[in-house]
Every structure is written in structure tokens, then in C-alpha cells.
Design a protein around this ligand. Structure first.
Ligand SMILES: [Zn+2]
Length: 411
């Protein structure tokens, strides 16, 4: 038998050490049942929104049942072990029926027809509410769609061409593995997934189109939760400038692509610790990276040895171009430096974009112009703990350096 009611569980142990209970009644279901093969072993199970797998109490452990306010639809069941008081608020008649059955369980003359086996009564049994799913063959896709309870979903190597939109409904999804498929694009709605923390998209076709729509990666929710992004082996030619918006990103794998230039904004991701940019076409790196506290960077198999295309135009650059430029530039630097709030509803959208795309000086201060920079070499080993680079070269790498002031330029 089940009783739909509101329940507050008070732990008497907590009361002893003066930790007050929250005083909150949760919408719950109480069920009475018995262990499958043991006829006299009765249980009370408490399901709530906070505990969907249910809390099991042995009827034998009931110490007392308080029914003083039964006519108001209130009762409390006190258990010896665990030391819980289960306070129930429900419709009075139903509660009376429930307690009558409970009484017969205690006295041992319960009518079997009203009590189901424990295995049958769970509201949401473990089988119907899985949190992990691995699909190894396309025939294994669930007909009714993915269970909403999923937190880990593995769909690797299934030759999927189109992103399955029912994945967007999985609000609890923490890990999504779609590596080794044939996906070219993701819907922008993906950026609103609320819990996504690890995203494995290696070996797909994300960079196949000339212009990549990156909105799926830069949405309002995903930028707050994503910690690992693997977009290696995707024929990607460039990364979006707004990648710095991934404010929790720790691991970024963009190896085995066709990237010739990293966005200068990448160093603004303060949480970044592991960066794999090996097997690309990079000739230099943005100086903002030196501001990252990277623990591991793999830069092997790039074009750092070639310097043909990089022209040293340092001598032609005036201080004005490098770190003064225009009044907008000066004002923007102040806005960014002091982290003043800005949004498209306060200032023009073009200005928002301008501020969003800001680079970093070698000192870490914002620089808004990305037109003028100076190439300087830095020894990567001086900056990062583990650097993986090609055997036949030293670890000094050319950096595109931006400057916020003459002081930084002279240094
Ligand atoms: Zn500076």
C-alpha cells in the first residue's frame, strides 16, 4: 500500500547536538511492503523528490507511533534504528487506513493481499532510472528515448551523422561521449544544457564546413559548467575568439586539427590546466597563454620551425598603434581592467563584441586591439611544469605579444 503525503524526517541524533532540522515537509510517497521471501519481515519505504531510490525502515524497529493529531491528518512514526522521526502530513482518512495496515504489520496479522513484495513497490526502481548508458550498436537506442535521469551517456563509434536532439532533454547529463562519429554541427540549444561538464567529440567532422557555427559551445549554461572539452581530430581550422567564455574549462584538447592560429583570448581562461594543441599548423602562440597556470601543454608537431610567413614589423610600429590607438580603446581598457558590468542592453552590441574579444598584454592586463603585435620568443619551460615538444628543437617558442603600455613594451 502506498500513501501520498508530505513527510519531514527528523534525525533525533541531530536534535541532540542542536542541529535544527530544516522544518521542511517534502512531497513524498510512503509504502509498506515485505521482503520477498520472508513473510514476517515488513518495511516502510520513504520516497521523496530528494531521495528517489527510497529510504528503507524496518517495521520491527518502530519505537512508537504518535497519533494524537490523526484527525488533522498528522502522525509521527518514531524508529529506534535509525534514530529517525518520520513526521507525516496527509489526508486524514487515507492516513488512518495506512496506519491501520501498519498496525497489522506490527502485530503480525497483516492481510497479505494489501502488501506487495518489496521488489514491486519502488516508485522509481533502479532499473527504470539509470544514470549511465553506453550504446555500442545503433540497434540499442532506447525506443522511448533516453531516460531523463541519465548523467553519463556514451555514444562513441556509431557513425552518427546528426546530433540526436533528445539528448538536449537530459538536464542532468554530466558526461557526453560522441567521439568517433560523423557529426558536422551541433544545435545552439546545446549551449543551454545545464549540467554538462565533460564533452568528448574527438574524431568527428566539426571543422568540415567553411564557417563553423560555434554557438553550441558558447551558450549561457554550458560556459558555466564545462570542464573538459575534447574536439581533437575534427579538421578544425580555427577556434572561436569567445572561447574564453568557458570559465570553468580545465582540459582543452584540440590536437590533430588544422589550426594555424590560436585565438589570443585563450589565456583568459583562468582555470585552464591541460592544453593539447599538438599536430596542428601553429607557427606562434598568443602571449596570453603565458598568463595561464598550465600544468601540461603539448605543442609537438606544429610549424614552429617555419618563420617564413611571420614578418617582424616591430620597427614600423609606433607606440600610438601598439598601446594607445583610439579613445574607444582607452575607455575599453578601463572597463575591462575594473571588470565593469556590460551587456547588449546597456551598450551597443558591436561594443560588447569589441570588449568580448579583448586580448591580453604580457602582463595580464587587457588589450583591445588585435591588429598590432610584436613577435617575441619565450622559453616555455620557464612558464609551465610539463611541456611536450618535438625532439629536434628547443622549447623556446614565438609568441604574439600585445602591450597595454609603454612600460610593458620596454620590458
Ligand atoms: Zn601590460
Amino acid at each position: 500500500m502506498k500513501l501520498v503525503c508530505n513527510v519531514e524526517v527528523v534525525n533525533r541524533l541531530h536534535a541532540n547536538v542542536n542541529i535544527r532540522s530544516s522544518g521542511k515537509y517534502l512531497k513524498s510517497t510512503l509504502a509498506l511492503g515485505k521482503e520477498p521471501k520472508r513473510d514476517k519481515d515488513f518495511f516502510l519505504i520513504h520516497f521523496s523528490s530528494a531521495n528517489k531510490s527510497g529510504n528503507k525502515y524496518r517495521i520491527k524497529c518502530i519505537k512508537q507511533v504518535f497519533v494524537k493529531c490523526l484527525n488533522e491528518g498528522k502522525a509521527t512514526i518514531r524508529f529506534e534504528e535509525p534514530p529517525h522521526d518520520v513526521c507525516i502530513k496527509s489526508e486524514a482518512i487515507q492516513l488512518k487506513c495506512f496506519l491501520r495496515l501498519l498496525k497489522s504489520c506490527i502485530t503480525g496479522d497483516a492481510d497479505n493481499s494489501q502488501l506487495s513484495n518489496l521488489s514491486n513497490i519502488s516508485v522509481t526502481s533502479v532499473e527504470s532510472a539509470p544514470i549511465k548508458m553506453t550504446i555500442r550498436d545503433r540497434s540499442e537506442f532506447p525506443i522511448k528515448g533516453f531516460p531523463r535521469t541519465l548523467e553519463y551517456l556514451y555514444l562513441a563509434g556509431l557513425k552518427i551523422c546528426n546530433f540526436r536532439r533528445d539528448i538536449l532533454l537530459l538536464s542532468r547529463l554530466v558526461l557526453l561521449d560522441l567521439s568517433n562519429n560523423e557529426i558536422e554541427k551541433f544545435p545552439p540549444e546545446m549551449g543551454r544544457m545545464t549540467s554538462l561538464s565533460e564533452l568528448y567529440l574527438s574524431k568527428n567532422n566539426l571543422g568540415l564546413n567553411v564557417s563553423v557555427d560555434w554557438r553550441w559551445l558558447l551558450g549561457p549554461k554550458i560556459t558555466k559548467t564545462l570542464k573538459l572539452l575534447d574536439i581533437s581530430d575534427n579538421k578544425i581550422k580555427y577556434l572561436p575568439k569567445a572561447i574564453w567564455k568557458l570559465e570553468r574549462l580545465v582540459t582543452l584538447k584540440v590536437n590533430n586539427n588544422e589550426i594555424s592560429k590560436m585565438p589570443a583570448t585563450v589565456g583568459r581562461i583562468q582555470t585552464l590546466r591541460y592544453l593539447d594543441i599538438s599536430h596542428n599548423r601553429l607557427e606562434s602562440l598568443p602571449c596570453s597563454l603565458l598568463q595561464c597556470r598550465l600544468e601540461h601543454i603539448d605543442i609537438s608537431s606544429n610549424n614552429f620551425n617555419f618563420s617564413t610567413q611571420i614578418q617582424l614589423k616591430e620597427n614600423n610600429l609606433a607606440a600610438w598603434q601598439l598601446y594607445i590607438n583610439s579613445l574607444t580603446h582607452l575607455a575599453s581598457k578601463i572597463v575591462l581592467k575594473h571588470k565593469l558590468f556590460y551587456a547588449p542592453n546597456i551598450i551597443p552590441f558591436t561594443l560588447v563584441e569589441f570588449l568580448d574579444n579583448a586580448n591580453m598584454c604580457i602582463c595580464g592586463n587587457p588589450v583591445v586591439s588585435d591588429e598590432y603585435y610584436v613577435i617575441r620568443e619565450f622559453e616555455l619551460k620557464d612558464y609551465f611544469r610539463v611541456v611536450v615538444f618535438d625532439n629536434n628543437r628547443n622549447s623556446s617558442i614565438r609568441f604574439e605579444c600585445f602591450f597595454c603600455s609603454s612600460k610593458c613594451y620596454i620590458k
